[in-house]
Design a binder for this molecule. Structure first.
Ligand SMILES: Cc1cc2nc3c(=O)[nH]c(=O)nc-3n(C[C@H](O)[C@H](O)[C@H](O)COP(=O)(O)O)c2cc1C
Length: 254
């Protein structure tokens, strides 16, 4: 039987009642602590890959918004055709691209975020992108570049296993894996941070759905995965950074 008290407690998470119990004068922001970095730092000698800037997309992605919204659906079957770097650049820009850096702690992106905190990082499990080796990469929105993280054998099987055996990531060109760095949001909102991080992730994935439609690709969101296994696969610590959402992408099956 469903536990009514537990359900009540979890429903509270969806409400904004929490705001009434937070002492906002005691948040790290209010105490004058510097905001955490906009993007996760990386080693100086890291391998970076150039992406195509937004002003060079040309006609790519130019379809009517109404068409993209109308045609959007979750697509779990893909052609074997690779994605191009141009297409991947477009999807990354559409989901997390930075339009304007305001200062060291704030930047405006293509998606909204509560308090402009943008607590998400984007990892890619690349299987079939022309010009890229298979592996785990991370998007650097400030630089609009890809950071090569590492590779492993049987990445297709490992990603599929980490999403509880769902098979379509194996045939996808790339799987987007969004992690949260909760402190970026907690710095401003304390325990009101977590609901809005989840809401933010929804905006990001919706942009991915629409952007995919515009490049003859398809995507399917995934919230069913093994938390520990996925964090281990990404080599993130599972406490200060952990997976919250995924979406596989590939060229549409005609
Ligand atoms: C938050 C969220 C989590 C989802 N998780 C999964 C998932 O783990 N596996 C899956 O196959 N589809 C998943 N989906 C896709 C939904 O099943 C799909 O959106 C729904 O069936 C409606 O179909 P449509 O997107 O084609 O309109 C998810 C969608 C959302 C929004």
């Amino acid at each position: 039987m469903m536990d009514k008290e537990l359900i009540k407690a979890y429903r509270l998470f969806l409400k904004d009642s929490i705001r009434k119990v937070i002492d906002f004068s005691a948040t790290d922001q209010s105490r004058g602590i510097d905001p955490p970095p906009i993007e996760k730092p990386y080693a100086k000698d890291a391998k970076l890959i150039d992406l195509i800037p937004c002003d060079q997309f040309g006609n790519m992605g130019k379809i009517a918004l109404k068409t993209a919204i109308h045609n959007r659906e979750s697509r779990r079957s893909y052609r074997a055709q690779p994605l191009t770097i141009e297409e991947l650049s477009f999807l990354l820009w559409a989901t997390q691209g930075i339009k304007q850096k305001l200062d060291d702690g704030h930047a405006l992106r293509t998606v909204p975020s509560a308090g402009c905190r943008h607590a998400l990082e984007t990892y890619l499990c690349v299987l079939n992108v022309r010009g890229l080796d298979q592996g785990i990469y991370r998007y650097l929105p400030l630089e609009h570049k890809l950071l090569y993280e590492f590779t492993e054998d049987n990445l297709d099987k490992k990603i599929s296993h980490a999403v509880l055996g769902q098979s379509y990531p194996k045939t996808a060109a790339v799987t987007f894996i969004w992690t949260a760095i909760p402190y970026r949001m907690e710095w401003r909102y304390d325990i009101a941070a977590h609901k809005v991080i989840a809401i933010d992730a929804g905006h990001v994935c919706q942009n991915l759905y629409l952007a995919c439609e515009a490049i003859d690709a398809g995507t399917c969101a995934m919230a069913a995965y093994d938390q520990e296994e996925m964090d281990k696969l990404l080599r993130v610590d599972g406490q200060n950074e952990f997976t919250i959402y995924l979406a596989s992408v590939g060229k549409k099956l005609k």
